[in-house]
Design a protein around this ligand. Structure first.
Ligand SMILES: Nc1ncnc2c1ncn2[C@@H]1O[C@H](COP(=O)(O)OP(=O)(O)OP(=O)(O)O)[C@@H](O)[C@H]1O
Length: 599
C-alpha cells in the first residue's frame, strides 16, 4: 500500500498553457461545441438576463415618473404608474423563473455531456496512462476539475455575454437622465475592476493550494477504499486518519485564507460603489436644488446604481472564478489533450489461429530499465507456449505487448508473419481473449458477466462456456442461477469462482489467440485438472500463451520459455527442460515440484 503524497503534483503531464493558449486549445473548442449543442438554452438564459435588465429599467423609469409628479399627480397617471409597477413585478417573477429553470437545465445537461466526453476519453487512453496514474486522479478530474471547468463554460460564458449588454442599456438610460449622474454610475464599475489586483498572486496561490488539498482528499479516499483489506490487516487506520487530518488541516487553512482574501477583495470592490453612491446622491441633491433634475431622476439613479455597477461587479467575480476555472480546466484539458489509442487504423486479423513470433523484442516502462530484452520465440498456429519464471521477471510484459497495450522499443512481433503494428488494435483485441490475474466482476448478473465481451451471445452458449470453465455447478447452486446478481451490489464470489467466470468469459469470446495469465492459480487441484482436460477441447484451435506459477498448468504446453530478469534463460518442451537439469528444473525443485536431481 503506497502512502506517498504523489497526489500533490498530479497530473504533471504537459507544459502548462497560458490562458490565451488554453482558449485556443482544440479541447476548449470542443467544449465550446457543447455550448453550441445547447445554444437555445444559452440564448434563453442570456435573453432572460437581458430581459431582467429591461424590467429594472422599466421599474426605474416608472419610479422616476412617479417621483417627478408627486404630490400633484393626476389620478389617471397614478393608475398607469401602478399598472406599470404591477407589470414589472409580474415580468420580474416570470423572467426570474425562466432564468432559474433554463440555467438549471443547462447546467445539468452540460455537466452530463462533459462527464460523458471525459469518461469516453479516459477509457480510450492507452493503458500506460491508467497504470501510471492513480485512479483517484481520474475521479478528481471527473468531479472537481469538471465542476470548476463547468462554472466557466456554463456561468461565466453567459455572464460575459449578457452583462455588457445590460451595462450598455443601463448606462445609456442613466446618461439620458443626466450625463453627470450617468458618468458617476458608469465610472464605478471600472474602478471595481481594480479590486482584482488586490492580493492577486496570493489569491491565485491560495486557490491552487486549496485545489491541491481537494485532490489530496480524493486521493486518500480512493486509496483507502481500494486497499481497505490491507489497511485493516496491517492496522493502518491511524496512519490513514492522520494523513487525512493533515490534508484537512491544510485544506481548512487554505479555505479560510481564500475566504479572507476574497473578503478583502470584496471590500475593495465595494468601496467604489459606496463612494459612487454618496457622490451621486450629493451631486443629485445639489442638481435637484438647482432644478436641473427632478426628484425622479435621483430616484432612478439610486434604483439603477446597482444595476449599472452589476456587470463590473460580476465581471470581477468572473475574473476571480476564471483564475480558478483556468487552473482546474487546465488540468482537465491536459488529460483531454492526451492522445487516445488509435484502434481503427490497420488491417484486420484474418479468421483462424495465427502463428506468433517475437523477434528480439525489448521494452521498458517510461524511464525505468528494460523490463524485457532480446525476447525471441515462435508459437506455431494452434499450439501453446508457457512462460515460466520468478515474480517480476517480465512474463506479463511479454503478453501486454501482444495486446498492443504498449509498443516495444526494439524488435518486432509478428502474427502470421505480418508485424503486429500493421493490424488494427480493434481487430487484434477482438480476436484475443485474456484470462488475467486481476479479475474484474462487473455489477450485473452471472450471465451478463460471462457475456461481457459478447453481449449478443445466446443463453445456450453462455451455459456451454460456463460448463467448459467448470463454473456451471456453482452457478446452478446460486439462488437465481445465471440470473443471480453479482459484483458490487450482488453476491460475493470466491477468487476461484471469479476465475472460473473469467475463463467462461474468455471461452465465449471464441477467440483465436488465448492469453492466460495464471488462469488456474485459485482453483483446487481437481477443478484445475478438469479445466486442463477441457482446455484441450475448447481451445484446441487457439494459439495459446500461458503464464503460470504452477507446474500442472504448463504440463500440457507444447513449448516452455523460462524467463528471468527480462530474458529467456532456457526454452524447450517440458521433458527437454527437465532433462537439461538447468535453471528450469532447479526452479521447480525449489518449489518441491519434483525431487532434486543428482548432479
Ligand atoms: N506499469 C508498469 N510500470 C512500470 N514498471 C512496471 C509496470 N508493470 C510492470 N513493471 C515492472 O516490469 C518488470 C516485469 O514485470 P511483469 O509484471 O512483466 O513481471 P511478471 O514476471 O509477470 O511478474 P509476476 O509473475 O509477479 O506477475 C518488473 O520489474 C515490474 O516492476
Amino acid at each position: 500500500m503506497k502512502l506517498a503524497d504523489d497526489h500533490q503534483d498530479m497530473p504533471v503531464i504537459q507544459r502548462r498553457k497560458s490562458v490565451w493558449e488554453l482558449l485556443k486549445d482544440p479541447v476548449f473548442l470542443q467544449f465550446l461545441a457543447i455550448i453550441k449543442t445547447y445554444k437555445w438554452y444559452y440564448a434563453g438564459v442570456i435573453g432572460a438576463q437581458i430581459a431582467l435588465t429591461g424590467v429594472a429599467l422599466l421599474f426605474a423609469e416608472t419610479s422616476r415618473r412617479l417621483f417627478d409628479q408627486v404630490p400633484n399627480i393626476p389620478d389617471r397617471n397614478l393608475l398607469i404608474i401602478l399598472s406599470a409597477f404591477s407589470v414589472t413585478t409580474v415580468l420580474q417573477l416570470a423572467f426570474t423563473f425562466l432564468y432559474n429553470w433554463l440555467n438549471s437545465a443547462l447546467n445539468e445537461s452540460v455537466v452530463f455531456e462533459m462527464r460523458r466526453k471525459i469518461l469516453n476519453h479516459l477509457q480510450r487512453l492507452p493503458l500506460s496512462f491508467h497504470e501510471s496514474h492513480h485512479s483517484s486522479n481520474s475521479f478528481n478530474i471527473m468531479y472537481s476539475e469538471l465542476e470548476i471547468a463547468k462554472n466557466f463554460i456554463v456561468f461565466d460564458v453567459q455572464r460575459l455575454i449578457a452583462l455588457p449588454v445590460s451595462f450598455l442599456f443601463v448606462g445609456i438610460y442613466l446618461m439620458s437622465v443626466h450625463p453627470i449622474l450617468g458618468a458617476i454610475a458608469i465610472s464605478i464599475g471600472p474602478l471595481q475592476l481594480l479590486s482584482n489586483l488586490v492580493h492577486k498572486s496570493k489569491f491565485k496561490q491560495a486557490a491552487e493550494m486549496q485545489s491541491r488539498a481537494t485532490r489530496g482528499v480524493f486521493f486518500t479516499i480512493g486509496e483507502t477504499l481500494h486497499g481497505v483489506r490491507e489497511i485493516k490487516s496491517n492496522q493502518m487506520e491511524p496512519i490513514i486518519d492522520e494523513r487525512m487530518a493533515d490534508i484537512q488541516t491544510k485544506g481548512v487553512a487554505y479555505n479560510v485564507l481564500l475566504t479572507k482574501l476574497s473578503t478583502i477583495r470584496g471590500i475593495a470592490k465595494e468601496i467604489p460603489g459606496r463612494v459612487g453612491y454618496i457622490a451621486g446622491v450629493g451631486v443629485g441633491a445639489y442638481m435637484m436644488a438647482s432644478g436641473s433634475i427632478g426628484p425622479g431622476g435621483l430616484v432612478a439613479f439610486i434604483t439603477l446604481l446597482d444595476k449599472v455597477a452589476e456587470p463590473f461587479n460580476v465581471l470581477v467575480d468572473t475574473i476571480n472564478n476564471l483564475q480558478r476555472s483556468i487552473s482546474g480546466a487546465r488540468r482537465l484539458f491536459d488529460v483531454m489533450d492526451m492522445e487516445e489509442e488509435n484502434v481503427k487504423d490497420g488491417i484486420a486479423l484474418p479468421d483462424g489461429s495465427p502463428s506468433i513470433r517475437y523477434e528480439g523484442v525489448a521494452f521498458r516502462y517510461a524511464e525505468e530499465s528494460n523490463a524485457i530484452r532480446g525476447i525471441s520465440f515462435e508459437v506455431p498456429a494452434g499450439t501453446s507456449i508457457a512462460l515460466v519464471g520468478p515474480s517480476g521477471s517480465g512474463k506479463s510484459t511479454v503478453v501486454k505487448l501482444l495486446h498492443r497495450f504498449y509498443e516495444p522499443q526494439e524488435g518486432t512481433i509478428r502474427l502470421d508473419g505480418i508485424p503486429l503494428k500493421e493490424y488494427s488494435i480493434a481487430s487484434l483485441r477482438e480476436r484475443m481473449a485474456l484470462v488475467s490475474q486481476d479479475i474484474y466482476i462487473f455489477d450485473g448478473t452471472v450471465a451478463e458477466n460471462i457475456a461481457a465481451g459478447r453481449p449478443e451471445a445466446a443463453y445456450e452458449d453462455i451455459e456451454r462456456a460456463a460448463k467448459l470453465a467448470q463454473a456451471y455447478d456453482f452457478i446452478a447452486a446460486l439462488p437465481k442461477g445465471f440470473d443471480s446478481a453479482i459484483g458490487e451490489r450482488g453476491i460475493k464470489l470466491s477468487h476461484g469462482q471469479k476465475q472460473r467466470l473469467s475463463i467462461a468469459r474468455a471461452i465465449l469470446r471464441n477467440a483465436s489467440i488465448l492469453v492466460m495469465d495464471e488462469p488456474t492459480s485459485a482453483l483446487d487441484v481437481d477443478t484445475e485438472s478438469s479445466f486442463q482436460k477441457d482446455l484441450g477441447q475448447w481451445a484446441s484451435s487457439c494459439t495459446k500463451i500461458i503464464i503460470a506459477h504452477r507446474l500442472s498448468t504448463i504440463r500440457d504446453a507444447d513449448y516452455i520459455l523460462f524467463i528471468d530478469k527480462g530474458e529467456i534463460i532456457e526454452s524447450g518442451t517440458m521433458n527437454q527442460l527437465i532433462e537439461k537439469n538447468g535453471r528450469f528444473r532447479r526452479y521447480w525443485e525449489k518449489q518441491g515440484a519434483f525431487p532434486a536431481a543428482t548432479r
